[in-house]
Design a protein around this ligand. Structure first.
Ligand code: HEC
Length: 118
């Protein structure tokens, strides 16, 4: 009797542990995307052309003549101007309207600004 009820309690604890672990695993990606660090969007959306380092030295970047994001001509522009370029595109740079929200563009811009400090 004692042994049986102990295994039921043990089983319940195990079940609870699994449920919490499953819940934590499920809720993680969402929490990550909400508090995404500035660099992750840049790496997934911009690095193809501009490179993870922002220099535009990827093979596609060189073909399309992607701007060096460290350069003065880029960094000297206002954040509003850069926001509009990302939103509507420029030359070979594709528009991100409908793909990134204004909030996400601002997030990516913050990351682009860090290139100006290096
Ligand atoms: C398909 C390649 C490609 C992708 C992807 C891309 N860009 Fe560009 N980007 C370019 C090219 C090419 C230029 C140069 C445009 C020009 O001056 O004609 C450019 C220019 C820029 C400039 C400088 C504009 C200026 O006036 O000098 C900024 C800032 C910029 N890109 C940011 C971004 C950001 C942020 C992303 C990601 C959300 C991104 N780009 C994604 C190709 C790309």
């Amino acid at each position: 009797m004692w042994k049986e009820s102990r295994s039921i309690i043990f089983g319940t604890i195990l079940l609870a542990l699994f449920a919490t672990a499953g819940f934590a695993a499920n809720s993680k990606p969402e929490a990550n995307s909400k508090s995404a660090p500035d660099g992750s969007l840049f790496k997934s959306r911009c690095a193809l052309c501009h490179g993870a380092d922002g220099r535009g030295k990827t093979s596609l970047g060189q073909q399309l003549k992607a701007a060096d994001l460290h350069s003065a001509p880029v960094q000297s522009q206002s954040s509003k101007a850069l926001h509009n370029i990302i939103l509507h595109g420029k030359g070979n740079m594709p528009p991100f309207e409908g793909q990134l929200t204004d909030e996400q563009i601002d997030q990516v811009l913050k990351f682009v600004r860090q290139f100006g400090k290096k």
